[in-house]
Design a binder for this molecule. Sequence first.
Ligand code: SF4
Length: 189
Amino acid sequence: MAQYKSFYSAKGCTRCELIINAAMRPTLGLGFDCKSTAEIMFIGEAPGHTENRTKIPFSGKSGTLLRKYIKDSNIDDVSYITNVIKCRPPGNRNPSNFEVKQCGIHLSQEIIKFKPKIIVTCGKFAMDFFKPFDSRLINTIQRDTSGCIFIYTYHPSYIIREDRYYIYDKTFTIIRDVYKAINPNFILY
Ligand code: SF4
């Protein structure tokens, strides 16, 4: 497994009761072989069983798929992976609005700290953090007032469950093309 660098920690946070279910240690936002800057930020939902054990976002089956696409796209040096929610909701239930609001401060701090050029939301809860989820926006590109480029896609667990790998094929083609456009020296593949 690749080496991971931790860039942001929510350790010690008690802003909501999910901490009780996370063995008193939230998962961290982690760079995935990130050299110095997190130019592309991938945002998922919340830790699952494996992530709760390893404390590494996207380290389970769906995370393996996401990381494979990132590595195969040659963007692993500049990619940062995190979740909207840092502690695992019990029984893998959806996080409540209160929990998203309380934990959102961490995600906001990660964005302020790393100033990603591209944000890739993976799944409903990640898109909902920025705007109401709309499946028509999947694999589209939007730019906010700060110039950050948003690319919306599905969570990798959905891609696996529905056997829709073609969606990620397109998502990562878009990511590579956008990153190449803002970094002309980037070598594709
Ligand atoms: S889920 Fe987020 S807000 Fe709640 S305790 Fe964990 S880190 Fe803090």
